[in-house]
Write a protein that binds this ligand. Structure first.
Ligand code: SF4
Ligand code: SF4
Length: 71
């Protein structure tokens, strides 16, 4: 039962987060101000999305390279 709950929780987290495809991302940071919750940040030469992302889609149109995917 405990194992099942862990698996379920993992899947839920994944489905509620958008993803930035690192192969497409040019690290231009245009998506950073697009998130009303301030959940996107640059770490080195890649972009990270905080686990608190609510998959609202507000950042989607900010990316000129189509690197943002909503789950
Ligand atoms: S989907 Fe919404 S909450 Fe998640 S990073 Fe984009 S703007 Fe922020
Ligand atoms: S706007 Fe697109 S290309 Fe620019 S940093 Fe964000 S995800 Fe990467």
């Amino acid at each position: 039962m405990a194992l099942f709950q862990i698996e379920k929780s993992k899947n839920k987290d994944k489905s509620e987060n958008m993803e930035i495809e690192s192969d497409l991302c040019g690290v231009c940071e245009k998506c950073v101000p697009a998130c009303p919750h301030g959940l996107i940040k640059r770490v080195g030469y890649s972009m990270k999305v905080d686990k608190d992302c609510v998959n609202c889609g507000e950042c989607y149109d900010s990316c000129p390279l189509g690197a943002i995917f909503l789950e």
